[in-house]
Write a protein that binds this ligand. Structure first.
Ligand code: DC
Length: 222
């Protein structure tokens, strides 16, 4: 199986890089973060408390998830926009730290790859836990301030009214930076599959690197 694992913290550029690499190689791409977001959405929609591990695990096992290239459906409902919204952002790290939720998502990710014979997967634990034997492992990173700026611009600003004004943008970036720091801390200190660099991963710092240079470096490795 040809698996390309792309891990790293939020805002490191994983999504755009993983999509581009998949496109260049003619492989399918799976955003595993969207799966944890979708489970969180389902928990909130059912009126559950994200801190209730038993409830979240039950939801994770039962939920009908369809993570497509540009859309995410949760029990048949289009949740593409909501999974990037404020309430999911606030709760997702807690749900993703739940070992029961993780084992169900990991099983689904392996099944997704088995059916296709390979693919490009982005997440936090793809090279360390989900596919420790992946042919290619990349760990993307970038300075915290750069990641916050990218996330603010990319997320369509669920948390900010407008970016036409520089002051508002600065405030939005600051809010996103605080949220990223909070999530990074939970993601990298949780017990179950914390965010970590696989020993055999190629670490790419994208702070001062162009998008094209990053893609070329990964394709060279492939
Ligand atoms: O990449 P993202 O911001 O969409 O990820 C959402 C959350 O899911 C984030 O808190 C990290 C978590 N996650 C994870 O624990 N394991 C993965 N493979 C992917 C994401």
């Amino acid at each position: 199986m040809r698996v390309i694992a792309i891990d790293g913290p939020a805002g490191s550029g994983k999504t755009s890089v993983a999509r581009a690499v998949a496109g260049r190689l003619g492989l399918e791409y799976l955003d595993t973060g969207a799966m944890y977001r979708a489970v969180t959405f389902a928990v909130l929609r059912a009126g559950g408390d994200p801190a209730d591990d038993g409830f979240s695990e039950k939801v994770a096992r039962a939920v009908d998830l369809r993570v497509e290239q540009d859309q995410v459906f949760v029990d048949g409902v289009d949740a593409t926009v909501e999974i990037r919204g404020r309430s999911v952002n606030r709760a997702v790290s807690q749900v993703a730290a739940n070992p029961g939720v993780r084992s169900e998502m990991v099983a689904r990710q392996r099944e997704w790859v088995r059916r296709r014979g390979g693919g490009v997967l982005e997440g936090r634990d793809i090279g360390t836990v989900v596919f420790p034997d992946a042919a290619v492992k990349v760990y993307l990173t970038a300075d915290h301030a750069v990641r916050a700026l990218r996330r603010t611009r990319q997320d369509g600003l669920a948390d900010a009214p407008s970016l036409s004004d520089g002051g508002l943008e600065a405030a939005a970036v600051e809010a996103v930076a605080a949220d990223l720091a909070r999530r990074d801390l939970i993601d990298s200190t949780r017990r179950a599959a914390p965010l970590a660099v696989a020993p055999d991963a190629l670490v790419i710092d994208t702070t001062d690197k162009t998008f094209d240079a990053t893609i070329e470096q990964i394709l060279e490795l492939v």
